[in-house]
Design a protein around this ligand. Structure first.
Ligand SMILES: Cc1cc2nc3c(=O)[nH]c(=O)nc-3n(C[C@H](O)[C@H](O)[C@H](O)COP(=O)(O)OP(=O)(O)OC[C@H]3O[C@@H](n4cnc5c(N)ncnc54)[C@H](O)[C@@H]3O)c2cc1C
Length: 386
């Protein structure tokens, strides 16, 4: 390459997280010459796709989102088959707690109604049945909920690794430690300047997670998002013969925090006796680009350990393997994500924000369809970029 001769690709993906890699894979499957540009090392754990596991569930309180998870499940199966590796484990998904609360995860009874509508199975449980079956303790008597057997968890590192491997096998050039500094769309394509080089693309996918606004602002755009650093911890199971489903607990907020917790069973792809339990607290909003501490927050971990001590007697209450992860969430939780072509710049597709891991293959494919076909087979109306 010379100063006057930038490297050309049909599709350049900015961001080598889960969605960026899925988009690169999807574009390569369609015969495009593709490059992924990632500011950190490839497969790093410094952004939203860090960590080992994510919750997988079919239930949503909104019909379009439930339909998208069903579409997404097919794409996970296709990816697993193509890569000959299991990524999605159906260990069951338990939603329980105060059925009058509604939060960014959803709402228990509304989600059950959608499961009914789609003919998807679940079992309704009262507080005592939840305690007996899943070894929770001292739940308020009015708590109830359901377990949905097709939910469970996804193997995050396995997914990233497989997507990168598949993309590379299809000819994708994936470059770490090459931060995009500037992108300039024009009628014929998009020029990109990185720390290391200059590029030219017919189409660009911005899958930059919590860093998206720093790329959009110079183009006169800004997504209305909130950035947080969320902490997680593992706890040792005392009974080696018992395992938990993935679970999410809906509760009324306290004066200090949202009072929401979630957890997993053991990772079926790993050895060991640890299960993750974490708070879903939106505390201490970060600046953009995110200035994350990179370590778990003492308050979030002590609240989680207290909750485990009181309600999960089957776990050793001493938290271990603490970590944190940056998340970008839309200010308006009902929209869930931002996904669409950038208004006025139809050569650029953007995905950002939300609890998106369960949709990873679908989000990647949708970005590529929007760029190459100017439409997508998926109903993404609520995510559109204003
Ligand atoms: C604690 C936590 C729990 C979660 N739990 C769930 C769950 O249970 N279920 C679920 O479905 N989802 C969950 N999520 C959300 C899910 O993990 C994210 O939606 C998903 O990982 C986002 O992937 P991404 O590729 O969009 O973003 P990221 O993984 O953040 O990737 C963006 C990438 O872009 C790179 N980048 C940014 N700017 C530039 C630039 N200028 N140049 C080059 N590269 C750049 C970044 O370095 C990063 O690698 C959770 C998230 C967190 C943090």
């Amino acid at each position: 390459m010379t100063a006057n001769n930038p490297q050309h690709f049909n599709v350049i993906v900015i961001g080598g997280g889960a969605v960026g890699l899925a988009a690169a894979d999807a574009a390569a499957q369609r015969g495009q010459a593709v490059c992924v540009l990632e500011q950190f090392d490839l497969l790093h754990e410094l952004a939203s796709s860090g960590g080992a596991e994510r919750q997988w569930r079919l239930q949503y309180a909104e019909e379009d989102l439930a339909r998208l998870t069903i579409e997404s499940e097919k794409l996970w199966t296709e990816l697993e088959r193509r890569g000959n590796r299991r990524l999605l484990y159906r260990t069951g998904s338990l939603w329980f707690g105060d059925t009058t609360t509604s939060n960014n995860e959803g709402q228990i009874t509304a989600a059950a109604k959608i499961l009914d509508k789609f003919g998807l199975p679940y079992r309704w449980l009262d507080a005592r049945e939840i305690e007996r079956t899943y070894r929770f303790a001292r739940l308020p008597g009015y708590y109830e909920g359901f377990v949905q057997p097709a939910g469970g968890m996804t193997d995050v590192r396995g997914t990233l690794w497989l997507l990168l491997e598949q993309a590379r096998a299809a000819g994708v050039s994936a470059r770490g430690s090459d931060r995009v500094l500037d992108l300039a769309p024009d009628d014929d394509g998009v020029s990109i300047v990185t720390e290391q080089s200059r590029y030219r693309a017919d189409h660009v996918v911005i899958a930059a997670g919590a860093f998206t606004n720093s790329l959009l602002r110079p183009l006169g755009m800004e997504l209305r998002v909130k950035l947080y650093e969320m902490s997680t911890a593992y706890f040792r199971c005392l009974d080696e013969d018992f395992d938990y489903p993935t679970w999410f607990l809906f509760q009324q907020p306290t004066a200090e925090d949202s009072n929401l917790f979630y957890g997993f069973g053991r990772r079926p792809w790993a050895t060991g006796n640890l299960v993750k339990v974490a708070p879903d607290f939106e505390l201490k909003e970060l600046e953009d680009p995110p200035h994350a501490a990179g370590t778990a927050d003492a308050y979030q971990i002590s609240r989680t350990a207290e909750w485990v001590t009181e309600h999960l007697p089957g776990l050793d209450p001493a938290p271990t393997n603490l970590s944190s992860c940056v998340i970008s969430l839309p200010e308006d939780p009902s929209r869930q994500f931002y996904l669409g072509l950038l208004p006025g710049h139809e050569r650029i597709a953007v995905y950002s924000s939300g609890w998106g891991f369960k949709f990873v293959p679908l989000l990647g494919r949708a970005c590529v369809q929007l760029l190459l076909d100017k439409r997508t087979e998926f109903d993404i109306a609520r995510f559109g970029i204003p």
